[in-house]
Design a protein around this ligand. Sequence first.
Ligand code: HEC
Length: 200
Amino acid sequence: MNENLRNKLTLGGSLALAVILTACGGTSTSTATVSTGITPQKMADALHAVMESDRTVYTKKVVNRLQNEQQVIKASEHWEDDKALPLPAQMFRMGAEMVTAKNVGFTYGLLSKWPVNKQNAPKTEIEKQGLDFIDANGGTEPFYGEETLGDSKYFTAIYADVGVVTACVKCHNEHKDSPKTDFKIGDVMGGVVIRIPVDS
Ligand code: HEC
């Protein structure tokens, strides 16, 4: 990386710059951490704060308001055919897929021990441990771990995904593919996993 750029980034030291620095290449993540003083954990926490806020805003101000409160339009898995709103999980995944396609060096997704869509079940050991951890503490603390997948080492953080409004729990409880039908508002319904590549 260009030395001038690195100096500017070091001076700035903000998260936005760390994200840009990471975007310069997946393998430069740990350089970014050293030169800006931002650890993978802080970066994951900040990314999650943005994701969680967007997800909550969409669910509360769009889906819950228009579907459950004002009954103007429904949210549907088949939103294109049904001319409906995409589900919050679908909005989240469309964003995650776009980020993966950008190759910015981190990935994220939504998982659950009680998945409506079996594809969203935990697969790696760390994902299982993380979901158990956030479930046991009621979502008060995130889970942090490290894992090696293929040839790459990752810092992996898992944050509780909480049923914040009626729409969340009602839709899951009533869904024919949901293995759990007694979610309540405030329950941990799953987890957001964020993976940041680190040098081994
Ligand atoms: C209108 C129905 C609906 C609403 C509202 C809804 N969900 Fe979902 N949710 C689904 C469906 C269907 C899936 C599976 C989507 C997929 O991956 O194809 C899903 C996926 C998920 C997943 C991933 C695991 C799984 O079950 O497949 C989590 C976690 C989750 N939702 C939590 C929430 C939370 C928390 C809210 C509120 C913020 C919410 N959902 C709102 C229907 C809904």
